[in-house]
Design a protein around this ligand. Structure first.
Ligand code: MRU
Length: 331
């Protein structure tokens, strides 16, 4: 088998956590070894490791780190969960490791399961794409956002692998530019044709009939199917509905939060305003300018055409469909 062109985003290695340092991409592919919970929390807050499924594994590995370094495990868990409040996978991974007799083994198990889950999700999602689909993507929901393979990009990748010749419009995703820096890098490595666009061009592309579907990931899906994902997703969903373009959400069942009845209950992370007032470290706004930086928004379920999980595809009404898929996943 040819090796995966994208190495694992996060793994447990010799008593510490090894991640791809995503702050350095696309310039250089470098790994960062993390030996303390404090350094892991810093890596999470500064987006060295990011994306909901990767954060789930990072959460579990953080508890494992606390256990092997003799730190207070409960205190470490609370600290880790507080770093990024929207992605429910982070709390999910932490809880899984806390409940396990051996947190290291549990964290490694979650990491190993991630790729298989995403391949399954990808195969279900590929069925939704027409031949030669022109897919609009937002943020990065690829291998880098998981341990490997990806969710939204996993759908594109699965379609590519079975010869359906998908191509991607890659939205740059201001302010942190996960699309321009990470999704573009991944698609290049995978040999999937891709074109980078400024976020503000999405409406024009849909109006000219150049988008067949939008495929995005999710950070948390409420029990009724409302979806929190990278800010800008809601705007894309409104545009897609106006232009009759389907919007698919691809996420593992661990992203579904049945305890959260609707999107109104999903906490939205606020990030440092300098991400908005600066570009690549250079100030672009006048000194003293106020800025608001919400990292995520909520797309109401009625604008979502389908939710693709590793257990199958949910369509409206999402309440019963998601509950059934989560129950299946829990075996
Ligand atoms: O702020 P980020 O880069 O962690 O945001 C990531 C996203 O919004 C992704 O779409 C989501 O986590 C799904 S990743 C498979």
């Amino acid at each position: 088998m040819t090796p995966d062109p994208i190495p694992p985003t996060i793994e447990w290695s010799d008593g510490h956590v090894r991640i791809i340092d995503q702050r350095r991409l696309p310039g250089e592919l470098v790994f960062l070894d993390i030996a303390t919970v404090e350094d892991l929390c810093d890596a999470i807050s500064t987006l060295a490791v990011r994306g909901a499924p990767a954060l789930g594994v990072a959460g579990a590995m953080g508890v494992a780190l606390a256990a092997v370094t003799g730190a207070d495990v409960r205190e470490a868990a609370a600290h880790i969960v507080a770093t990024r409040p929207t992605a429910v996978n982070l709390a999910w991974g932490v809880e899984r490791a806390l409940a396990a007799a051996d947190p290291v083994a549990e964290a490694q198990r979650l990491a190993a399961e991630d790729v298989a889950r995403n391949r399954s999700l990808g195969a279900y999602g590929a069925e939704l794409l027409p031949d030669g689909a022109r897919v609009y993507t937002h943020c990065n929901a690829g291998a880098l956002a998981c341990v490997g393979y990806g969710t939204a990009l996993g759908v594109v990748r699965a379609a590519h692998e079975v010869g359906r010749r998908p191509t991607c419009w890659v939205g740059e995703t201001r302010p942190a530019l996960q699309g321009a820096r990470l999704t573009a890098w991944e698609l290049d490595r995978l040999g999937i044709p891709a074109t980078l666009v400024a976020d503000v061009m999405a409406g024009s592309l849909m109006a000219s009939g150049d988008v067949d579907c939008v495929v995005v990931g999710a950070d948390r899906i409420a029990a009724n199917g409302d979806v929190a994902n990278k800010v800008g997703t809601y705007g894309l969903a409104v545009l897609a509905r106006h232009h009759g373009v389907p919007l698919y959400v691809a996420a593992p069942t661990s992203t579904v939060d049945l305890a959260c009845p609707t999107g109104a209950g999903i906490p939205i992370e606020r990030r440092p305003t300098r991400e908005v007032t600066e570009l690549a470290g250079a100030r672009i706004a006048p000194d003293g300018m106020e800025a608001e930086n919400r990292a995520f928004d909520v797309t109401p379920a009625e604008l979502v055409s389908a939710i693709v999980t590793e257990q199958g595809v949910a369509t409206a009404p999402y309440g019963p469909a998601l509950a059934a898929l989560v129950a299946e996943a829990q075996g």
